[in-house]
Structures are given as structure tokens and as C-alpha cells.
Design a protein around this ligand. Structure first.
Ligand code: HAM
Length: 416
């Protein structure tokens, strides 16, 4: 039997791990420098948390969740996203008191049963932020700017911020009716999914990527032409700030996002160089979600970056990631006594914070030197039988191909 990782998942091997450490490490440092604190939640939750928040009619809830009964007959779902779990955690742990303002971030795996393709997998990784407690348009802009700041920190160019407003619980129903009227005479041209969406939630049609539907969608009224005064005012402020602070954006009247909890601002950061799956970051405001999930009414805004997709951009733009710290010392030994001496030296080098290693396979001196070369060690310390007898070690510079004999007591001093 040959085991393989499940379809839509993959191993991240040591040869690729630097890239991951780089994009995750940059997320951590950029978010923390803007005063966001990390939160970690379980990778699975009660199913209802997601059906209630993301919405029954969305693709995520309808088709893509990893849902199962646990041994106690509870319906459990592997998290397809992290906004709902963060809201749940904030409510459960009383992080959202009156007038509380908190800024959180997370990094971790998410799970969606999607058709795998470039930039789309079943286990993927997000880095995201969620801010609770402000309805000020300026915090929408901080969040958008934070996304841009992160990508700039990574060194990525040619990204674009698409922005829209989907209105609120007051104006959205009116807009949905307008959309219904628009699509009514055009149902024959829509795909089967969209015919269903027409009945359940016509807004979802705007998210459809089918070419036939796309043509019809082009003529739809813009959400922003039909939002209420309050939403209009908020949107104008967001746009005003984006202009004022020099953050390039593009209005996208069809940007409704694939999750139902959004109110007012929605945005995506897209790479025009990626194919169909071109959004590397998506987010927006969700002022009703905390209350819907049982908390006190709290305005909120956030985003999530798709790290797997970001890596594709990184590779496409040939962005160099910081290299491995080089191995400073490799210790080659011969025989039991010299091995023990070698391990003692190794411990001391490590206590000094020096990246070092030694042979544990009892191989010939020649093989050990080859390993030192392969590991690109800067120095090899050779402790052979002769050396043990004379209390000497050989320090060999692998770069300069020179070596010197040094008394054991003086070895560490050479590396200070
Ligand atoms: P989302 O748009 O569903 O939003 O996902 C955010 C990002 O995750 C996408 O732009 C994409 O880069 C990445 N992503 C999503 N699905 C996959 C997949 N199957 N494979 C690879 N990458 C994927 C959310 O998840 C919201 N929770 C974002 C948010 C936070 N809104 C407010 N706060």
C-alpha cells in the first residue's frame, strides 16, 4: 500500500520552508508593528457557527465544508475561514466589552472542499486580521493599507485594490429586489447555479465566473448607486481617505464576495498576473456578525490573505527570500573517545549560539568531510585518534582550504 496526501493537500518540505517562514514571519512583524495581537482558535468548530455566519446559500456552506459527526454525534466542521471562529472566541472570552476596541491577527490552515487547481487547494493557509469596535471609515482604510503594507514588505508589485460597498441590512434588500428585476427576463442565459441563486440570493450571481453569466452581469446596476445615505456616506469617506493617503484602488461594482456577513465596504487585493484565482487577499466590514452570533452589537472589519496563492506570485515575480543561516561548524570524529570529545565541543559551541552539527553515523573521515562540504559548513573541527592523544583538534576552513592545529582548551576561543 502506497499512501499519498489527500487530494487538494500537500506537504511543505524543508526545501520550501524558508519561503513559508518568510511570508508568515513578515505577516507577524507587519501586523504586530501596527499593534495587532495574535489569536489562535481550534481548527474545528460546531458546524452551525459557519452556516449562520457565512450563509446557507454560499458555495462555502453549500458545497465546500468538511463536515462530519464526531463520536458524540456532534456536527463538526473543519474551519473554512477564520472570521467566524475569531468572533466566537471574542464573545466566549468576553473580549468585546462596551466601547472595547481590539485588533487581532491569525495565521493558519483553512479547509474547503473545492476542485483543486493552481491557487486553489483543499487545505490552504491564511494570514488575516480582524478589528472590533470602530465604525470609523478610517479603520477600513487602516485595514486595507495594512494589506498593501504587507505585500510591499514581501516585495510584491503590480497588485491592485478592488473596492465596493454592499450596503447594509436596510438598503441591501431593496437592492436585491432591483437585481431580481434585472435578472428576471434574462434567466435563460444564466447557468444552473445562478438560476438557483436567483431564487435564494441574487447578489450571489454577481460572484459567478461562468462566461455566459459574466456577460449578463456586466449590465447589472451598481450596488453603490443604490445604497442608503449612511452607507453612501461611509463609502465616500473610505474613498476620500484612500485618495488622501495615496492608496491606489479601483471601484468594482460587482465585488460582493463569497460570504454573506459583509456590510458596507468589501475589498480584494488582486494580482493581474495570476489566472482565474487572482485574489490574494479578501475582506471587508461586517457590522452585524458579532450580534448575529450572540454578542453585543459591535462594528468590525478585517481581511484574510491566501498564503498559498501569495507564494505563486512570489515565485512568478522571482522574489528572493532570506537565505538559510549557514552552518558554522561541522565536527568530524573518529572512534568512541573522539566522538565523546566532539559532542562536548558541540554542546559548548551551541551554548555560544553557534550553528553547529556533527556526525552520528560512525562514517569515515572522508565521508564526514564530504558531508561538511554538502552542508556548506564554514569550518570543520576534526578530532581523530591522534588528536585525542595529543590534546589537539584540527580546525579546517572549508572556504579557504586551510587548517591549523589548536589545543582543545583553545578551540572555543577561536569561535568567540
Ligand atoms: P475569502 O475571500 O474566502 O475570505 O478568503 C480569503 C483569501 O483566502 C482569498 O482571497 C484567497 O487568496 C484565499 N483562499 C480562499 N480559498 C482558497 C483555496 N481553496 N485555496 C487557496 N487559497 C484560498 C475569507 O476567508 C474571509 N474570512 C476574509 C475576511 C476576514 N473578511 C473579513 N475578515
Amino acid at each position: 500500500m502506497k499512501y499519498e496526501s489527500p487530494r487538494g493537500t500537500r506537504d511543505i518540505l524543508p526545501s520550501d520552508i524558508r519561503k513559508w517562514q518568510f511570508i508568515e514571519g513578515t505577516a507577524r512583524s507587519v501586523f504586530e508593528s501596527c499593534n495587532y495581537a495574535e489569536i489562535r482558535t481550534p481548527v474545528f468548530e460546531q458546524t452551525e457557527l459557519f452556516t449562520r455566519s457565512i450563509g446557507e446559500d454560499t458555495d462555502i456552506v453549500g458545497k465546500e465544508m468538511y463536515t462530519f459527526l464526531d463520536k458524540g454525534d456532534r456536527s463538526i466542521t473543519l474551519r473554512p475561514e477564520e472570521t467566524a471562529p475569531v468572533v466566537r472566541a471574542c464573545i466566549e472570552n468576553n473580549l468585546l466589552g462596551q466601547n472595547e476596541f481590539i485588533k487581532l491577527y491569525y495565521i493558519g490552515p483553512m479547509f474547503r472542499y473545492e476542485r483543486p487547481q493552481a491557487g486553489r487547494s483543499r487545505q490552504f493557509h491564511q494570514a488575516g486580521v480582524e478589528v472590533f469596535g470602530s465604525s470609523d471609515a478610517l479603520i477600513d482604510v487602516e485595514v486595507i493599507e495594512l494589506g498593501v503594507r504587507y505585500f510591499t514588505g514581501i516585495g510584491i508589485k503590480d497588485l491592485e485594490v478592488d473596492i465596493n460597498s454592499v450596503g447594509c441590512s436596510i438598503c441591501r434588500p431593496v437592492f436585491k429586489e432591483k437585481l431580481k428585476k434585472y435578472f428576471e427576463g434574462k434567466l435563460d442565459g444564466l447557468c444552473e447555479n445562478c438560476k438557483n441563486r436567483f431564487k435564494t440570493n441574487p447578489l450571489r450571481i454577481l460572484d459567478c465566473k461562468e462566461p455566459g453569466c459574466q456577460k449578463i452581469i456586466e449590465g447589472t446596476p451598481a450596488t453603490t448607486d443604490h445604497i442608503c445615505g449612511d452607507c453612501r456616506d461611509h463609502f465616500d469617506r473610505v474613498i476620500g481617505y484612500l485618495k488622501q493617503f495615496g492608496i491606489a484602488y479601483k471601484l468594482n461594482k460587482r465585488l460582493v464576495r463569497g460570504l454573506d456577513y459583509y456590510t458596507k465596504t468589501t475589498f480584494e487585493i488582486v494580482s493581474r498576473r495570476l489566472g482565474a484565482q487572482n485574489a490574494v487577499c479578501g475582506g471587508g466590514r461586517y457590522d452585524d456578525l458579532v450580534e448575529e452570533l450572540g454578542g453585543r452589537s459591535t462594528p468590525a472589519v478585517g481581511f484574510a490573505i491566501g498564503l498559498d496563492r501569495l507564494l505563486l506570485v512570489l515565485e512568478e515575480q522571482k522574489i528572493r527570500v532570506p537565505e538559510d543561516q549557514r552552518l558554522k561548524v561541522y565536527i568530524a570524529t573518529l572512534g568512541e573517545q573522539s566522538k565523546q570529545k566532539g559532542f562536548e565541543v558541540l554542546q559548548n559551541l551551541r551554548n555560544m549560539g553557534i550553528k553547529s552539527d556533527m556526525d552520528y553515523q560512525g562514517r569515515s573521515l572522508n565521508s564526514q568531510l564530504k558531508t561538511a562540504d554538502k552542508l556548506k559548513a564554514q569550518f570543520t573541527i576534526i578530532i581523530g585518534e591522534d588528536e585525542i592523544q595529543n590534546g589537539l583538534a584540527v580546525i579546517r576552513s572549508m572556504d579557504h582550504k586551510t587548517q591549523e592545529k589548536v589545543r582543545f582548551e583553545e578551540v572555543l576561543g577561536k569561535f568567540k
